[in-house]
Write a protein that binds this ligand. Structure first.
Ligand code: HEM
Length: 491
């Protein structure tokens, strides 16, 4: 029975594949007139991604840099049009017909459902309008105390590594950021910094790794093939753990949820505020949808803030002249006082270091959209149904916009340099209707952690940026996955 079922399924898939091939061949396709790498029959440009997982990203970025924007690229008859020209990207990000996420995001839905990152359409639009204010500076400023508390705990824990050989700073940052996110977004106090959440953290990491594998390996996208692999069982188990965690939290928070609004209560978590919204807008979200929002916010913040802080510390360790500038400015702005939120606004050197870190390591280096109606961009007619890729990675390393594209050079963000550049030449948080809502929250976490660490320790890292090639799964990483630094207590 099962065998017959699978045979029928294989037959249908092959038939669909062939029909798709013939249809695309017969159609006067959008790619005509666009340059791109030589295509093989059926395979298209699939050989570019036929390599070790960790090399896929580098190969794609290199390939995209060779042709003028927009260029064509196709994998197994699936056409992608790649953009790396700021003016074209501005048009994409400001066009309402281009707010739909590409089909590839459906794999993220396994965890995030119709949450803001993977959702599209009317529900996404409405949820985005309701949820964006929760991440505005005036709302998240209430979380500064929690962030500082966990940053100070981290600085204390790091004493065990001080004046010793190099160690991986990311391990400690993951735990600290997890405690901050748990307390501020979902309202539970966890002891991740004492190691109590390590299983959950590695489960989330593994879950998104599996999702990414499906996104880049076309054969794993075929449901029945995926189900035959052990990865299916693993993915199902990770989802049970992650959603189980958030379901339990939701049950607890619902029990104690008070209907007092933000004016009456000093500190109100994002989850409590989502429950407040549901009180006022009854069709806002079911419990299941709230779990998807929590999963989205958690994954959008924990891994991103951890990665950027880790990259920034490694960069400051490799380029001590910038660390020195940051620390001198910290002394003059903060002095011996306890860190306050308003200090963070005045740390221009740190801001430039973080911006440069986000330029070199944009968390989401390739952004994909699905064209929902025929559209013209820069004289190119693009039909509905086409997949667009905005290659942030290529734009961020383009020598036309950056004096030292492959170096760590925070001067790229001096006001006079910024003024000369197209605003869409720098897009670490994306832009337009689908832009990131977590930017102020992410900056507050990152600055609080970095200042607290740098006040107590100096940081050293060996090598230079050129020794550390990058790769990307669900976000950008060092290829060797090592964020090794030495820390020395400041006297
Ligand atoms: C350094 C940290 C961060 C970076 C670099 C970053 C970057 C981005 C980028 C590039 C996108 C667009 C993704 C796409 O179009 O596929 C995005 C979307 C999003 N980010 Fe962030 N993000 C960061 C932190 C956060 C945080 C802390 C949150 C808060 C919960 C957050 C919430 C979101 C959400 C909800 C979206 C989806 C917006 C939409 O599609 O409407 N992000 N982020």
């Amino acid at each position: 029975m099962n065998f017959a079922y699978y045979c029928a399924e294989v037959f249908c898939i092959l038939a669909l594949f062939l029909a798709k091939y013939l249809w695309r061949k017969s159609r006067k396709c959008a790619a005509e007139g666009l340059q791109g790498p030589k295509r093989l029959p059926l395979l298209g440009n699939a050989l570019t991604v036929w390599c070790k997982d960790e090399d896929i990203f580098e190969n794609l970025v290199e390939c995209f840099s060779k042709y003028p924007s927009p260029m064509r690229f196709d994998i197994f008859q699936q056409l992608f049009i790649i953009f790396r020209e700021p003016a074209q990207v501005e048009k994409i990000f400001s066009t309402s017909a281009l707010t739909a996420k590409d089909d590839i995001y459906k794999f993220i839905k396994y965890f995030d459902g119709e949450g803001l990152i993977s959702g599209s359409g009317a529900k996404w639009k409405k949820d985005k309008r309701l949820l964006s204010p929760l991440f505005l500076k005036r709302n998240i400023v209430q979380y500064f105390g929690v962030m500082l508390n966990h940053a100070q705990i981290l600085a204390g824990i790091l004493e065990q590594e001080a004046d010793r050989p190099a160690f991986d700073i990311q391990h400690y940052l993951h735990r600290a950021v997890a405690d901050i996110v748990n307390e501020t977004i979902i309202g539970v106090q966890t002891n991740a910094q004492c190691g109590e959440l390590d299983d959950f953290l590695s489960c989330i990491g593994r879950g998104y790794q599996l999702v990414h594998e499906r996104m880049v390996k076309p054969w794993l996208q075929v449901e029945f093939i995926f189900r035959l692999t052990p990865k299916y069982k693993e993915l199902t188990q990770t989802r049970q753990v992650i959603h189980g965690f958030f379901r339990k939290v939701l049950r607890q928070v619902k029990k104690s949820h008070s209907h007092l609004g933000p004016k009456e209560i000093a500190c109100r978590t994002i989850l409590e505020q989502m429950l407040d919204i549901r009180d006022e807008v009854p069709d806002f979200s079911t419990d299941e949808e709230l779990i998807h929002h929590m999963t989205t916010f958690y994954s959008a913040s924990e891994d991103t803030a951890t990665s950027i802080c880790s990259f920034a510390l490694v960069m400051m360790g490799m380029y001590p002249e910038y660390q020195k500038r940051v620390v001198e400015e910290m002394h003059s702005v903060i002095g011996c006082e306890e860190l306050r939120e308003e200090h963070l606004q005045r740390l221009d050197e740190l801001q430039m270091v973080l911006k440069e870190t986000l330029r070199l390591f944009p968390i989401a280096p390739l952004l994909l959209r699905k064209v929902s109606q025929n559209i013209e961009i820069d004289g190119f007619n693009i039909p509905a149904g086409t997949s667009l890729v905005v290659s942030i990675q290529n734009i961020h390393r383009d020598p036309r916009f950056w004096a030292k594209p492959n170096d760590f050079y925070p001067e790229h963000f001096l006001p006079e340099a910024v003024k000369k550049r197209h605003p869409y030449a720098y897009l670490p948080f994306s832009a337009g209707a689908r832009g990131c809502i977590g930017k102020p929250y992410a900056y507050m976490i990152m600055k609080t952690l970095l200042v607290t660490i740098l006040r107590k320790y100096s940081v050293e890292a060996v090598g230079s940026l050129q020794d550390k090639p990058i790769t990307a799964d669900i976000s950008v990483r060092f290829k060797d996955h090592s964020y090794a630094v030495r820390i020395m207590k400041r006297v």
